[in-house]
Unconditional design. Structure first.
Length: 482
């Protein structure tokens, strides 16, 4: 059960009067015991000092003035001793409070480092949080992948030295200072107290007064056993001297910074590898697209002339020539099958019977002369009226002149390609509704979608089957007429 305040005050008064009268260690020991009783009663320093003031005022009111000074001096000694039981709890409170502040500092730094993969931005914020909590200056030096050391971030407490801090951040150090290289080599932190060392010399070039560091704490940034940088904490204005507790805190902060730097670098490397892979895939796709186109273009006239030759009795009645035509067709079909199976989607639309055609007028735009001549003849034999042009510009002028029923156009052509041709065609009111078929060597799915998006009603891949092309022309003409 705790002692009531009036009783504590009575005991304090009695013990103080004995001490003032007799003095000695035994009387002073009573002050310590009263202090412990105050703590046991759940009271603190404020209550004890208030109690002391009340008792002292009462004593001074009852003694001659000439004794007042001695009583005040003696009572102060007694008060100090009565407060001594509070010293250990106060010290523990201060230590626990300092630990909490340091944990909060590390937690805040971890949050900053986790918020972004931008090392420059996050390390600068961490450095700023360390000033003046841990030091007057905080510098973060990073070693690039090419071995150059540069100052990534600088924070300092004196606003008059902001220009110096900015110059430090702009530096790449061709010659690594000894205190940096030593930290890299040792792989552990150290406290330095050489006041004569010019820590900031690289940034001043002799044109500004230098701050003198009374103490420095240098901590390497280690990631996977390799030094990637160094943290430097300087005590300048405050003349603080770093201790082992500061060193432990700096090591913990350095570990978190190094982990963030390593993660950012791995992320950057992953992005670079992804971009390189995407570029390689794009290059491969472009190569295959041109390969498809360049292989399909010569296949078209080969298979076309094979069809024509097979209808020539004098040739097919000759066993040797007939075998040659058959060999040409068989090998051309094999190449076409390889293209369909391995290089693109090919053409999967159903084949319709070759229709009986009326006077349908077809504009054929094809830059490959062999393909154009062959297709013109085959379409004419199928009953169509065919106009030809070898590029988009000439095809546009011919369309204005003849106003065809259907347009069959290549895509990849010199000058104006098939997409630009169709775009300009749609801007002409009298021609904007003419259906168009894309006929090209590009047959990947993306090529088909691109052609349809551009406005082509159908997409066919060379070499095209004449029956399919004829059926599409007829169908589009009927749809347009209806």
């Amino acid at each position: 059960m705790s002692t009531p305040l009036p009783e504590l005050e009575r005991r304090y008064r009695l013990a103080l009067e004995v001490f003032l009268e007799l003095g000695g260690e035994n009387a002073l020991q009573k002050a310590y015991e009263v202090g412990r009783e105050v703590i046991a009663a759940g009271m603190g320093v404020l209550e004890l000092t208030t109690m002391h003031g009340t008792v002292l005022a009462d004593l001074l009111s009852r003694v001659p003035a000439k004794r007042a000074a001695a009583i005040v001096l003696g009572s102060m000694n007694f008060l100090n001793e009565s407060l001594s039981p509070f010293e250990m709890p106060l010290r523990g409170f201060r230590e626990n409070n300092e630990k909490l502040r340091r944990l909060a500092f590390l937690a805040e730094a971890s949050n900053m480092l986790a918020e972004s993969l931008d090392c420059g931005q996050t390390l600068r914020r961490v450095a700023e949080s360390a000033v003046p909590f841990l030091a007057d200056w905080c510098l973060v030096h990073i070693m690039d992948v090419d071995g150059l050391v540069r100052c990534m971030a600088v924070a300092q407490a004196d606003p008059n030295k902001s220009d110096l801090a900015r110059r430090l951040e702009e530096q790449t150090l061709p010659i690594v200072p000894g205190w940096v290289s030593r930290s890299f080599l040792m792989g552990k932190s150290e406290i330095l107290t050489d006041r004569t060392y010019n820590w900031l010399e690289p940034a001043t070039h002799g044109d500004a007064p230098l701050p003198v560091a009374s103490s420095a704490l240098v901590t390497p940034l280690l990631a996977r056993g390799q030094a990637v940088g160094v943290l430097v904490f300087l005590s300048v204005e405050s003349e603080r001297h770093f201790n082992s507790s500061d060193q432990v805190l700096a090591d913990d902060l350095a570990y978190r910074c190094a982990l963030a730097i390593d993660n950012a670098r791995m992320h950057g490397e992953a992005i670079r590898q992804r971009d390189a892979a995407e570029k390689a895939i794009h290059t491969k796709d472009e190569f295959l697209a041109h390969l498809r186109h360049d292989l399909r273009n010569p296949l078209a006239p080969i298979l076309g002339w094979v069809r024509i030759l097979k209808n020539q009795s004098p040739i097919m009645s000759d066993a040797l020539l007939a075998e040659g035509v058959s060999t040409l067709e068989r090998n051309a079909r094999s190449i076409q099958q390889l293209l369909d199976d391995h290089l693109d989607a090919g053409s999967t639309a159903p084949v319709e019977p070759l229709p009986t055609n009326g006077p349908i007028r077809v504009l054929l735009i094809e830059d490959a002369r062999d393909v154009m001549i062959l297709m013109k003849k085959e379409l004419e034999w199928a009953g169509f009226t065919v106009y030809t042009a070898q590029d988009g510009r000439a095809g546009l002028e011919l369309a204005r002149l003849e106003v065809p029923d259907v347009i069959v156009s290549d895509i990849r052509m010199p000058g104006m390609d098939g997409y630009q041709f169709l775009k300009e065609l749609r801007d002409i009111p009298t021609l904007d509704s003419i259906p168009a078929i894309a006929l090209t060597g590009f047959g990947a799915e993306r090529d088909i979608q691109e052609a349809r998006t551009a406005g082509y009603a159908e997409h066919m891949v060379k070499p095209v089957d004449l029956a399919r092309l004829s059926a599409s022309i007829t169908r589009l003409t009927r749809r347009s007429a209806s």
